[in-house]
Design a protein. Sequence first.
Length: 395
Amino acid sequence: MCAPRFLVPLAVLAFIACQADPAAHSGNPQAVPQSSSNRQPSRKASRNQLLLRKEVVIDQQGFGCEVFHMLVPKDWNFQGGVTWNVGRFPPEAKGSYTVTSPDGRAVIERFPYLNMYWSPDPMMQQSFASGGATILQPMQADAFLRNLYLRHFRPDASGAKIVDSQPLPELAQRSLQINQYLMGIFGQISPFQFPFELRSDSARVRFQYTQGGRQVAEDVTATIDYFISTTSGLYGTVQSVSWSPSVTSFRAPAEEFDQRAPAYKVVMSTYWDNPRWAVEYTKLGATLTREQLRQQQAIFNRMQQIHRTQEEISDMIYEGYQRRSAASDHIFDNYIQSFRGLETYADPVNQFNVELPTGYDNAWTNGSDYVLSDTPGFDPNLGSTQNWHRMDRKP
């Protein structure tokens, strides 16, 4: 469920770069235009139909390739993209998105990951604080959600109470496996000069609170990746921790939450990170750290060179991403009984498999959108100028 939380996040890369270049400092972010769409369906869907569209986010300023994609309800608004800060060493990429219902009452949101850092060495704290990191002792995902989430992201919420919570060890394990793989790539390019350890933790908490005079229910999932290193500091050998929370949430009026939750299920279940982007982002940080380049614009220009070097990605990372997506999918059925499951269909236009909600008799695609219906004899080609193709359910 990342990305836009980008694995091997900048909190880790910045720490490594800091060891090689203590003078590294933050710069001004350069924001790229965010993808935004609110396309209306060409035909009004009945309550027996589910119309979906595919949203793809491209890293236009950086590597020029896809970062992630997902399916969203056709009439929901999507806004999202990638923002690069080329003033950082190495350059930092952060992604986020918001998917909003037509009436604005239900919102699915992925926040940019947070840069957190802790060390008992005051000089290290000062260095990372000047680079934009929040100096805070590390905590587990459940504690982060309970103690910091509302304060940071919903400061106007009042009367908050926790309705439900759940640890997500499988999701944490998948995130750890992908991080280990990517850090292996990093180490091949720029060998580490100090011992380190990677950890991950995941949890979800459902809140209910008052906001703007209305009772709101919000379900929040957080995965925190920890980079624990042992280095020499002012007080001798010290252990430092760079940790990066990645947070996704779904909120709606409390009385409508269960009714609207299936949209959250669809978006989260069909979300896909592009592992090639993650590998190239890791290679960029490793290459620049190794060469200790100082001219930040020159650093950013090298990204295109790295992108042109196409290398095969091990099946390991693809498998890790797929398993993490499966782990993300499984957690939702544990707390929203109204969620439908997923079935796999063969998309004859794009020549790939796609997972769509169950409970519908047939599914169709025009190459970019998907429509599902439980109406006998339903054919979206009738009265439409588009060319719809029936999709077969995979066994």
